[in-house]
Design a protein around this ligand. Structure first.
Ligand code: PEP
Length: 250
């Protein structure tokens, strides 16, 4: 089964509108005609319209970094999936570890957000991954199993068709520590197995599982060479055109 890899940028809380436009002005000519991998950039909400406008004539897709699960309502500060689709977002990150760590994201809210994103035709990139203490205590498998089972709860394979997972060991995010390709691969096999339990074997074979955690131009090639790794979710190294291009072209 050949799965087209997805190279996704998570800009976190970096770049304003002018910096967003400048990024794409430099970036797009360098990836023109690059069809081997799907390219997705997830800027902060306020930069999304400028990003969507910038990539209009290209193959690059724009995603958001989070989403609420309701279409509208009295939820101050939140953005709905309907609003994201309306401004031209096609992708959305759900359950990033920084949301889980700092903003009270739970396995249950991840499930609600995932359902809402799928319901609006968005491609969700659901993040799972263990923290350092969990890895050291030998709990990685339990944590991944729990996060997957709770995220996938009460979703049909048909509805989940667009699902993408990102395995992001939390100890590797922004730390310069990367999981070895073998470690990542092992986790991906486990996640694919969890998806097979819920959605079936065929679905699991088509499911893309990205790796995230200090992906850099220097380690992208070795990671992407693993058949189990179907792309990358890139934080820090996606902010500079040169390094993100190098990663995309691994
Ligand atoms: C991320 O934020 O999803 C991430 C993987 O960050 P970094 O590449 O900076 O480790």
């Amino acid at each position: 089964m050949v799965r087209k890899k997805m190279m996704a940028a998570n800009w976190k809380m970096y770049k304003n509108v002018a910096e967003t436009r400048e990024f794409f002005r430099e970036f797009l000519p360098l990836v023109a005609g690059h069809e081997r991998d799907e390219i997705v950039v997830c800027p902060p909400y306020v930069d999304v319209p400028a990003a969507v406008e910038s990539v209009k004539a290209s193959q690059v897709a724009i995603g958001a970094q989070d989403v609420h699960w309701k279409d509208e309502g009295a939820f101050t500060g939140e953005i709905s999936p309907r609003m994201l689709a309306d401004v031209g977002c096609t992708h959305v990150i759900v359950g990033h570890s920084e949301r889980r760590q700092y903003f009270g994201e739970t396995d249950d809210s991840v499930n609600l957000k995932l359902k809402a994103a799928l319901g609006h035709g968005l491609t969700p990139i659901v993040c799972v991954g263990e923290v350092l203490e969990e890895r050291e205590a030998g709990l990685t498998e339990d944590v991944l199993r729990r996060q997957c089972a709770r995220a996938f709860h009460a979703i049909s394979a048909k509805k989940a068709a667009k699902l993408v997972i990102a395995y992001e060991p939390v100890w590797a995010i922004g730390t310069g520590k990367t999981a070895t390709p073998e470690m990542a691969s092992e986790a991906h096999v486990l996640i694919r197995g969890e998806a097979a339990k819920v959605f079936g074997e065929d679905f699991a074979q088509q499911l893309r599982i990205l790796y995230g955690g200090s992906v850099k131009p220097e380690n992208a090639k070795a990671l992407m060479a693993e058949p189990e790794i179907d792309g990358a979710l890139v934080g820090g190294a996606s902010l500079a055109v040169k390094s993100f291009v190098a990663i995309v072209k691994y």
